[in-house]
Design a protein around this ligand. Structure first.
Ligand SMILES: [Zn+2]
Length: 292
């Protein structure tokens, strides 16, 4: 994204380091992602938009989609791989090659709308993965859970008119991208939260709103837009979640998945910019997913 930008390569390195230091790294199955195919991207993004991104992609230097979202010569390729990771994760679960999957990817995706990249996002990774589950495997109910501090406007844009998808989310409000307080569809359970909300308030929302909705919907696969920028130490937002809250919500989602979805969860990294807090939070999230 350019020098000094919070959506930086060190995010991935910090997470890998922490997973190694924690001792869990060696117990995980690691799979190298492959780039998403054009037909898979076309299930979410129109050809005109994909072509525009390819035309914009620079041979050198940076080009900006908007002031805080830039591409260098490698960004678009990274975005293809990030989207492809989710597709591959769905394949692994549906073919019984994994119990659940965490996709350690960047750039993130949940702000990317069908026809517009924004908020550090070019392609909507989780939307491409969810569409793959619906269209390729013929699932009739998938849930998308989003606990990033920012509203997943792109994912809402992709699915507000899709009854096979139930989305549940929390986000700080009012805050970037200044949407979500009025849901675009009846399948969108958006819960705006005031700044300074902490774990107790978050758990109340999950217990009283998310879980009843998810259990009523009975998803066959659960996707998690796993952003960790609602962490207390993350200055990108102003909320107060900590590692224990991320572990707790992951356990709740594991229970829903065990009841309805044969345990199937695809979790994909979204935001999270304070490197230490990000790495610790992802590690706790993966420990629960791995049942370690
Ligand atoms: Zn975010």
């Amino acid at each position: 994204m350019g020098k000094g930008h919070p959506e930086c390569p060190e995010r991935i390195a910090a997470i890998q380091d922490r997973l190694m230091a924690s001792g869990i790294w060696d117990y995980l199955l690691h799979v190298q992602a492959q780039p998403a195919e054009r037909e898979q991207l076309l299930r979410v993004h129109p050809a005109e938009y994909l072509d525009k991104l390819a035309l914009m992609s620079p041979a050198q230097g940076h080009v900006h989609l908007e002031p805080d979202t830039a591409m260098n010569p490698y960004s678009l390729n990274a975005a293809y791989y990030a989207a492809g990771a989710g597709v591959q994760a769905v394949d692994m679960l549906m073919q019984g090659r994994a119990g659940n999957v965490f996709c350690l990817v960047r750039p993130p995706g949940h702000h990317a709308e069908r026809c517009r990249g924004m908020g550090f996002c070019f392609l909507n990774n989780i939307a491409v993965a969810a569409r793959h589950a619906l269209e390729h495997y013929g699932l009739s109910r998938v849930a998308i859970v989003d606990f990033d501090v920012h509203h997943g406007n792109g994912t809402e844009d992709a699915f507000f008119d899709e009854p096979r998808v139930q989305m549940v989310s929390i986000f700080q409000h009012p805050f970037f991208p200044y949407s979500g307080d009025v849901p675009k569809g009846s399948n969108m359970l958006n819960v705006p939260m005031p700044r300074a909300s902490r774990g107790a308030e978050f758990r109340e929302v999950v217990t009283e709103q998310w879980l009843p909705a998810l259990n009523a919907f009975a998803p066959e696969l659960i996707f998690i837009s796993a952003g960790f920028d609602a962490h207390l130490e993350d200055d990108m937002g102003s909320m107060g979640l900590v590692e224990a809250d991320y572990a707790w919500v992951t356990r709740q989602l594991m229970k829903v998945a065990a009841t309805h979805a044969q345990g199937r969860i695809v979790s994909m990294l979204e935001g999270g910019y304070e490197l230490s807090a990000l790495a610790r939070s992802v590690t706790e999230h993966i420990k629960v997913l791995a049942d370690a």
